[in-house]
Design a protein around this ligand. Structure first.
Ligand SMILES: *Cc1c(COP(=O)(O)O)cnc(C)c1O
Length: 392
């Protein structure tokens, strides 16, 4: 039977009522350590004073005005986020799928404009190349961009055409796929939903270079890796990829729905007024939250904590030397633990014992703790996790 709220995972039957930092409280008063942060969204944890103040103060001024007009906070956040990303322009929306949908439209129009310059071109520049095991969202186009067969179910077909998937690490594919029909290359630096798969930095650089040389836009999906999650503000900067487009969502406004398609260089003048918009996108409330989050992420030592906490978690789990753990990997506080059990079963047992964890791919338990995680809470969560692993 369908639940009253569509698509919620019914088997995880806890009902939460509040949270503080990296801890959640259920209706019955039971406390849980939160290693999920709303799937990488609550980057400042729950009930963070700076975010609560931003919401409260902005709500007393204005919440929404539509994109007919600019808002003071909208302009301020646009300046701050484009500067932080080294870009020229930003399109604000409300989710990761929307940010990627915007990037796809941007690349298609970029290809179309470039075809106008090249008369009698045999094959139009329409193709978007993405990676196997990627995840880019659940709209029809972003599902099609997603390089996993299970997201291309017949029940929702037809999907938009014009996508090709290549295997991360495949150098041969780079020679053949990037021809003059490609308008964009879209990839995650660490594949989140696909299994916390780290993309090799040398290969990623070569792929971006091949895309660029073929005349395509380089677009990095930082919906999960961005906003400090991987220990730098953007994962693509740490990998030296110099994209034309970065997409963000999840943690960008700390839990208030927001997405962003941030772009620069040759992508800057592609969209003109009327090409793409969103009613809610970039409303003052979301922008005020975005500003508060970015300010925290850029405060001294914040990202050092992300790196140190991530390292601590990975090293601790490795030090247990448990046969049921086959690999521990990740960047910053985006962590994947391959287990020999069914990850969903580990997830359920963790929850029953007061620890929220996520899963990814087919064999991976995924941790996405709030970026403000402290050592004591990390240790508490890890102790529960170890007990659960030993209980199988
Ligand atoms: C979560 C996610 C998306 C989709 O974001 P929504 O806000 O759910 O639409 C897209 N790309 C990546 C890499 C993600 O992790």
């Amino acid at each position: 039977m369908a639940g009253i709220i569509a698509n919620n995972f019914g088997s995880l039957s806890v009902v939460f009522k509040s949270g503080n930092g990296a801890e959640l409280t259920a209706e019955d008063g039971k406390k849980y350590i939160d290693f999920v942060s709303g799937i990488g969204v609550n980057c400042l944890g729950h009930n963070h004073p700076a975010l609560v103040a931003a919401i409260t103060e902005q709500a007393q001024k204005q919440i929404h005005i539509s994109n007919y007009y600019n808002s003071d906070v909208g302009l301020a956040f646009a300046r701050e986020i484009t500067k932080a990303a080294g870009m020229d322009c930003v399109y604000f929306c409300n989710s990761g799928a929307e940010a990627n949908e915007a990037a796809i439209k941007l690349a298609r129009k970029y290809g179309w404009l470039s075809d106008q310059q090249e008369k009698n071109k045999a094959v139009p520049r329409k193709t978007i190349v993405t990676l196997e095991k990627s995840f880019h969202g659940r709209s029809l186009a972003t599902l099609r961009a997603t390089g996993q067969e299970k997201f291309h179910a017949d029940s929702f077909a037809p999907y938009p055409d014009g996508f090709k998937h290549i295997k991360p690490g495949d150098y041969e594919a780079l020679k053949t796929v990037f021809d003059s029909s490609v308008c964009g290359f879209l990839m995650e630096c660490v594949q989140g939903e696909g299994g916390v798969n780290l993309i090799d930095a040398e290969w990623a650089k070569a792929a971006c270079e091949a895309a660029r040389n073929a005349g395509a836009l380089v677009m990095i999906d930082e919906v999960q890796t961005g906003m400090g999650r991987t220990g730098t503000l953007f994962a693509s900067a740490a990998m030296d990829l110099h994209p034309d487009v970065i997409t963000c969502a999840k943690g960008i406004a700390g839990g208030v729905p927001m997405g962003a398609c941030i772009y620069g260089g040759k992508a800057t003048d592609v969209f003109v007024a009327g090409d793409h918009q969103s009613t809610f996108g970039g409303n003052p409330l979301a922008c005020a939250c975005g500003r508060a989050v970015l300010k925290e992420l850029q405060s001294p030592g914040f990202l050092d904590n992300v790196n140190a906490a991530g390292e601590f978690i990975r090293e601790t789990i490795k030090s247990w030397n448990l046969p049921c753990v086959t690999e521990v990997r990740g960047k910053g506080l985006m962590i994947g633990i391959d287990v020999t059990m069914v990850p969903g079963e580990v997830q359920k047992k963790c929850l029953a014992n007061g620890l929220c964890v996520s899963t990814a791919g087919t064999k991976t338990v995924r941790f996405l703790p709030p970026l403000i995680l402290d050592k004591v809470t990390a240790e508490k969560g890890l102790a529960i996790f170890k007990d659960v692993l030993l209980s199988f």
